[in-house]
Design a protein around this ligand. Structure first.
Ligand SMILES: NC(=O)c1ccc[n+]([C@@H]2O[C@H](COP(=O)([O-])OP(=O)(O)OC[C@H]3O[C@@H](n4cnc5c(N)ncnc54)[C@H](OP(=O)(O)O)[C@@H]3O)[C@@H](O)[C@H]2O)c1
Length: 386
């Protein structure tokens, strides 16, 4: 390790471990991105810490650099010319995605020492960020084992696995509300026939939607609830995800609220069987939808593998599955769910099947239980059998 670094390797390992553990607390907000923490060092101490906190938000390096800049404005802060190093739990990204490249941001900051806890396992990025830093004259140190992805971000290892990269499909977050008995529709006459969760959870849905690329639903939900599927406050209304409806026989009405959402939602895609009825197709196109024919399965429903391949090719990476029990069950059975958020509202009884058999410990990873108003919220990464 370069003598120019005033923190010794043991202190750096401890710092990397702390950053990785804190980064994990944001796992359900950033997935499928990895959980990453970073710190800026100067004058022999930690100047600032930062994390990747939400999908689409600043990466950890940017968060830490911003915090370092803020602290430099205050008494006792360390000015940028005295920043010695940046410590980051995972190799900085080198590609420009939803945010700029972190390798460039590090170089622009003037920092010339980079301490890295793990190399990116994704074959498309592996080592590339480190090479760019070194080519630009930065000294790079790796401290493997201090922040291993196996404990910091196991979901990212699944996301970047050979099999997933070979047959890519979006990261699916299945969200549903259930009654105390586990049913997805309230008893007749309660909650407008559809609402199970409390106001805090209904508000949180809008934040979750605004942090996804698309919302995927089934025709059963559209017919029953006529949802808008847009982002309303307190979500970021400037970030409206695409809305995708699986509708094998084009039953969607051009008058459905999805076409008249307030505020306007993202583009509407209707996925349907090959050879759709031309009159219905025209009516939906006129209403503003893009109709996409995909293969049918069992002459009834759409082939989910083809639906997911289409979503990937259309550029959707983080997709929220907000549907009824039929679509949810089909996705869970096919192994096309990566993350779940199940809200249990304070409602007795209910209508329809329960999905309780999918919520068994063998399927749930890194589970987090919390309360939101009167609701119980279960979040976990969901791993299919086999
Ligand atoms: N509690 C909650 O979180 C929640 C959320 C949403 C809805 N709901 C409730 O759920 C109820 C509706 O449930 P649902 O099960 O009928 O609706 P759904 O799961 O949203 O939609 C099912 C429909 O999607 C279409 N579909 C196309 N391809 C499919 C595939 N491969 N697999 C499965 N479905 C496919 C089928 O209609 P086509 O054959 O016409 O294509 C199918 O009937 C309503 O009462 C609603 O209020 C509850």
């Amino acid at each position: 390790m370069d003598a120019a670094l005033s923190l010794d390797p043991t202190a750096l390992r401890t710092l990397l471990h702390e950053l990785a553990m804190e980064a994990r607390t944001h796992r359900f907000e950033v997935a499928p991105n990895p959980c990453v923490g970073a710190a800026v060092l100067g004058r022999g101490r930690v100047v600032s810490r930062g994390w990747h906190r939400v999908w689409g938000g600043p990466h950890a390096e940017i968060d830490a650099l911003n915090a370092a800049r803020d602290s430099a404005q205050h008494d006792g802060g360390v000015p940028p010319e005295e920043w010695e190093a940046i410590v980051v739990t995972l190799e900085p990204c080198s590609s420009v995605g939803k945010t700029g490249s972190c390798t460039q941001a590090v170089l622009d900051s003037g920092i010339r020492h980079v301490v890295v806890g793990a190399v990116d396992p994704d074959a498309r990025h592996r080592g590339h960020g480190l090479e760019l830093l070194e080519e630009a004259g930065a000294a790079v140190y790796t401290l493997p084992g201090a922040a291993p992805l196996e404990s910091a971000s196991p979901h990212y290892l699944r996301w970047s696995s050979f099999d997933r990269v070979r047959r890519p499909r979006p990261w699916i977050i299945a969200k549903w509300a259930q009654t105390l008995s586990g049913q997805l529709s309230p008893p007749e006459g309660e909650g407008d026939g559809r609402t199970i969760s409390g106001p805090e959870s209904l508000a949180a849905v809008h934040q979750l939607r605004s942090r996804c690329d698309a919302i995927l639903t089934g025709m059963g939900t559209v017919l029953a609830d006529d949802p808008q599927l847009n982002v309303r406050e307190p979500g970021d209304t400037s970030s409206q995800p695409a809305r995708i409806v699986l509708d094998s026989s084009l039953r969607l009405s051009p008058n459905a609220r999805i076409f008249h959402a307030e505020p306007a939602g993202g583009p509407v895609y209707v996925l349907t069987q090959m050879g759709p009825d031309p009159v219905r197709l025209r009516a939906l196109t006129d209403a503003g939808a893009t109709v996409v024919p995909v293969r049918g399965a069992d002459r009834q429903h759409l082939e989910l593998r083809d639906v997911h391949t289409w979503m990937w090719e259309a550029g959707f990476r983080r997709v929220l599955l907000e549907a009824g029990p039929e679509m949810l069950e089909a996705h869970l059975n096919a192994g096309f769910v990566d993350q779940i958020q199940v809200v249990t509202g304070n409602v007795r009884g209910g209508v329809g099947p329960s999905l309780g058999s999918f919520l068994v410990p063998e399927r749930l990873r890194e589970r987090r239980d919390s309360e939101r108003g009167n609701d119980a919220v279960l979040e976990a990464f969901w791993v299919a059998p086999g």
